[in-house]
Design a protein around this ligand. Structure first.
Ligand code: PRX
Length: 711
C-alpha cells in the first residue's frame, strides 16, 4: 500500500501528493508488479492439465488444428472435415462439415454413467426453503418435455428465435437446453433488465415467443417479474415485432405470485401446459457446427445493444476445453459460479461448459449477502463446493460486509476464479488468504461476451498466479498490443496499448445478429491490414480494452477504451443511458460519465440540461431521470448522481465534452478548456458538483484515460 502511495507521489501526473486519502479502489490501477504465487502440490496432483507440453501442442505452428483437442471433448453426430474455414474474413467457420447438438452433449451423453448425479443444485434465496438437486436424468426429462412444448405448443422450429427474461432459477437452463435441443436460437435477457430493455431485444432478435416467470426472490422480497413481460411485449410491438405467446414459469407451480393479470390467448402457465407433455421426448436436432446456438446482447459505443451471435460447434468446444483446463472441472466436483446466467459468464461457465463435462453446477437465486455476510460460505459448506467463481465486485462486497466470515465456515475450495473487472492486488490477497484459506488456486480470467470463453488466464497447475494480472493468452490464443498508430507495442515492454488477438479461435462470436457490417467495423476495421485479404493473419480481433504486457508475458487488463461504463463487471453504454434520459420531457441534453466507486468499480453519473422554462423543483426531474433509467434499462444502471446543470461544456462544433464532465465528480485534472465554446460553464459545474472546497485532483486511472475523447 505504501509503495503504491509512494509511486503516486513520484508520478508527476499525480497532482494529489499533498496527503490525499485515496481509497484502494481509486488508486487501483497504479498497483505495482506483485510477486508470483505458486499453486499447491495438492492441486497440481489432481489437475486436469498438468502437462506442460500443452503450450507446445497449441503453438502458432499448430494453429488451427490444435483446437481439435477441445472439439474432441464433445460427441459429434458427424465428424468435421475442415477445422477452420477462414476463406471469408472475419466470418470464421469452425469444424466445418461437423454435425452436433449442444443439449445432447450437455445431457444425453452423460446418462449412461451419471444419470443419478446432480447436474444442478438450485439454492433458493429464502434460507428456510430446501435446496433442489436436479439429476442428469431429471434434467433430461424436464428438457425433453419443455422442448416438446416449444415445438408442439409454441410452434417453434430450428432457426427460430426465442427470448427468455428469466432470473437465477433452474428453469432458465432447462429453457436454454430445451431450445438448443431443437436448434431454436435463444436470447436470454438478464432478469434485472427492465421490460422496455427486454422488448427492444425481442424486436431485434425477431422472437415471437417470450418465456418469463411470475416472481423470484431478491434481498428477501418476492419480486413481481411477470409485470415486465407486458411492457416488453408492448415495446416489441411498437418496434414492429409481435409476440404471440408469453410462457410463464411459476416460482411455486400451481400458485401465481404476480399481480399482473394473465392475458387470455397470449399468456400461459408452463406448469399447466406441461401436463400434456409428461413423458414426451424430442430428438436432438443434428445441427451444422456453424449453426447459431444463442444470441446475447451487450452494450457498445452506440445506443443500440449488439446481439452477439455464438455458434453451436465452435462455442461448445471452446467452453468445454476451457472449463476442463482452466476451471479444472471434474465430474465429481461441486462447482459454483455466482454470476448470473443472464450474462455470458453464466451461459459459458454455469450452463454449457460445466454441463458438457458432467459437472454439478450450483445455481443461487439471490443476493450473496442475504440475509447476512455468511450466506455464501454457508452454501459452500453445506454443498461441499470446491470450485468457486465470482467477480471483484462481489469479492469487495463480501470483504466489506464480513471480512472474517469465511473463517467461521468449514468449506474448502481447490480453485477460485475472478472475472469481469480488474482486481486490485489487495482484494486478490483477501480472496486468496481468507476466502481460499491459502489452499485454492486463483485464475483471473479476462474475456468478453463476444469471445465465448476465456482469453487470458494462467493454466492453474502449470503457471504461477500474479495478483492483479490476468496472465498469458490461453493455449492457442495469441494476444498482441497495438498503439493508436497501428504499431505493434513490443511484447513484454510493459507499455500500455490496445489489446487484440492475432488469430481466430472457436469461441469467437460469428457476427452481430442482423448487422454484419457493424461486426466488421467494431471488431476488425481498426487494425485490419488489408480489407481484401483472405489471410486471417491480416485480421486481428480488436477487443476494446487497454492492457499492458509485462516482461513475464502476463497481461494486465486496464479496462475499456471506449465509452462503455463497467458497473460491477457489467457493460453499460453511455449512449444507452443518455437516450433513456432524453425520453424525459423536461430534459434537453444528457451526458453520462463513469464515477469511481469503491465497491462496484464504476457507477454512472448523468448531467442534464433542461428545456427552457423548466426547473428541477423539489428534485422532481432528478427523480424522473432516475426512474426512467431504471425503466428503460434496469436498476443496474441507476446513476450515482444526477446533476442538473445550466449548460454542457461544448467544443466549437457543438460536441459535449464528456471528458471534462467526467473529471469533475472524480476530481481528475480538468485539463485545458480554453478551446471550448463556453469555458466559463466549467467552473459553474465544478462549484455545483464539488462545492467551495479547495480542489485536490487525482490521476485519471488508465481505464478512463481516453474516456470521452474526441475520436
Ligand atoms: O473490460 C473488460 C472487462 O469486462 C469487459 C467484458 O465485459 P462483458 O462482455 O460483460 O463480459 C464480462 C465477463 C466475461 C472486458 O472488455 N473484463 C472482463 N474480465 C476481466 C475484465 N477486466 C479485467 N480483468 C478481467 N479478468
Amino acid at each position: 500500500m505504501n509503495d503504491i502511495k509512494n509511486k503516486n507521489k513520484n508520478n508527476k501526473n499525480a497532482v494529489n501528493s499533498e496527503g490525499v486519502e485515496a481509497t484502494e479502489a481509486q488508486i487501483s490501477v497504479y498497483w505495482k508488479e506483485e510477486a508470483p504465487v505458486s499453486p499447491s502440490v495438492k492441486f497440481i496432483a489432481q489437475a486436469n492439465m498438468s502437462d506442460s507440453d500443452i503450450r507446445e501442442r497449441f503453438k502458432m505452428e499448430n494453429f488451427p488444428e490444435c483446437f481439435r483437442e477441445y472439439a474432441d471433448m464433445l460427441t459429434w453426430d458427424k465428424y468435421w472435415h475442415t477445422t477452420l474455414d477462414a476463406g471469408n474474413p472475419p466470418f470464421w467457420k469452425w469444424f466445418v462439415g461437423g454435425k452436433i447438438n449442444a443439449s445432447y452433449n450437455c445431457i444425453d451423453r452423460h446418462l449412461a454413467k451419471y444419470k443419478n448425479k446432480a447436474a444442478f443444485i438450485f439454492v433458493p434465496e429464502p434460507e428456510e426453503e430446501s435446496h433442489i438437486a436436479i439429476t442428469y436424468q431429471e434434467l433430461y426429462a424436464r428438457v425433453n418435455e419443455f422442448s416438446a412444448l416449444l415445438q408442439d405448443f409454441a410452434g417453434l422450429k430450428t432457426g427460430d428465435r426465442i427470448t427468455f427474461h428469466l432470473p437465477m432459477v433452474a428453469e432458465l437452463p432447462v429453457s436454454m437446453l430445451a431450445a438448443a435441443r431443437l436448434g431454436i436460437i435463444h436470447s436470454e435477457v438478464y432478469g434485472g433488465f427492465s421490460g422496455q430493455a427486454c422488448g427492444g431485444r425481442i424486436a431485434d432478435s425477431g422472437s415471437r415467443v417470450l418465456v418469463t416467470i411470475d416472481g423470484y426472490y431478491r434481498s428477501g422480497n418476492l419480486v413481481d417479474h411477470k409485470a415486465n413481460a407486458d411492457i416488453a411485449v408492448e415495446r416489441a410491438k411498437s418496434l414492429g415485432q409481435p409476440v404471440d405467446k408469453v410462457l410463464v414459469w411459476r416460482r411455486y407451480p400451481g400458485k401465481y405470485v404476480s399481480k399482473s393479470p394473465m392475458v387470455k390467448g397470449r399468456d400461459f402457465f408452463i406448469d399447466d401446459i406441461l401436463k400434456d407433455f409428461r413423458g414426451k421426448y424430442t430428438l436432438p436436432v443434428s445441427l451444422p457446427a456453424e449453426a447459431p446456438l444463442f444470441i446475447m446482447y451487450t452494450s457498445g459505443t452506440t445506443g443500440k445493444p449488439k446481439g452477439v451471435q455464438h455458434s453451436v460447434g465452435g462455442y461448445l468446444s471452446y467452453v468445454a476445453g476451457t472449463s476442463k483446463y482452466i476451471q479444472d472441472i471434474h465430474p465429481e466436483d461441486v462447482y459454483w459460479c455466482m454470476a448470473d446466467i443472464g450474462w455470458i459468464t453464466g451461459h459459458s461457465y454455469i450452463v454449457y461448459g460445466p454441463l458438457a463435462l458432467a459437472a454439478t453446477s450450483v445455481i443461487y437465486e439471490g443476493v450473496p449477502t442475504f440475509p447476512d455476510a455468511g450466506r455464501v460460505w454457508r452454501i459452500a459448506e453445506r454443498l461441499n463446493v470446491n470450485i468457486f467463481h465470482t467477480s471483484p465486485t462481489a469479492i469487495r462486497m463480501l470483504r466489506k460486509t464480513g471480512p472474517d466470515e469465511p473463517k467461521k465456515y468449514n468449506y474448502h475450495f481447490k480453485h477460485m476464479t475472478t472475472v469481469g473487472e480488474p482486481i486490485e492486488p489487495d482484494v486478490w490477497k483477501w480472496y486468496y488468504e481468507v476466502v481460499g484459506k491459502k489452499e485454492a488456486v486463483i485464475v483471473d480470467t479476462w474475456w468478453q461476451t463476444e469471445n465465448g470463453g476465456f482469453l487470458c488466464s494462467t493454466i492453474p497447475a502449470l503457471e504461477p498466479m500474479k495478483p492483479g494480472s490476468a496472465g498469458p493468452g490461453l493455449p492457442g490464443i495469441y494476444p498482441v498490443i497495438y498503439d493508436e498508430n497501428r504499431e505493434e507495442v513490443k511484447a513484454g515492454s510493459g507499455r500500455a496499448g490496445n489489446i487484440c488477438i492475432k488469430n481466430p479461435w472457436p469461441g469467437i462470436m460469428q457476427t452481430i445478429w442482423g448487422d454484419p457490417k457493424r461486426f466488421v467495423n467494431t471488431y476488425y476495421s481498426k487494425y485490419n491490414k488489408n480489407k481484401d485479404s483472405k489471410d486471417w493473419r491480416d485480421w486481428p480481433y480488436f477487443a476494446g480494452d487497454g492492457a499492458m504486457d509485462a516482461s513475464d508475458g502476463y497481461y494486465r487488463i486496464l479496462g475499456r477504451i471506449d465509452d462503455v461504463i463497467n458497473v460491477s463487471g457489467h457493460r453499460l453504454g453511455t449512449k444507452e443511458l443518455e437516450s433513456a434520459c432524453l425520453t424525459v420531457p423536461e430534459v434537453a441534453e444528457a451526458a453520462a460519465v463513469p464515477v469511481i466507486d469503491e465497491t462496484k468499480g464504476r457507477i454512472p453519473a448523468v448531467y442534464i440540461t433542461l428545456k427552457p422554462g423548466f426547473e428541477d423543483k423539489e428534485r422532481e426531474v432528478t427523480q424522473k431521470v432516475i426512474s426512467t433509467i431504471e425503466k428503460e434499462i434496469g436498476k443496474i444502471a441507476k446513476p450515482k448522481y444526477v446533476y442538473i446543470v445550466p449548460d454542457m461544456p461544448k467544443t466549437r462544433s457543438g460536441k459535449i465534452m464528456r471528458r471534462v464532465l467526467s473529471a469533475i465528480p472524480n476530481k481528475f485534472d480538468i485539463g485545458d478548456i480554453t478551446t471550448l465554446a463556453n469555458p466559463e460553464v466549467v467552473e459553474k459545474i465544478r462549484l455545483l458538483v464539488q462545492g467551495e472546497a479547495p480542489v485536490i485532483t487525482r490521476k485519471r486511472p488508465e481505464d478512463l484515460e481516453h474516456f470521452g475523447e474526441e475520436r
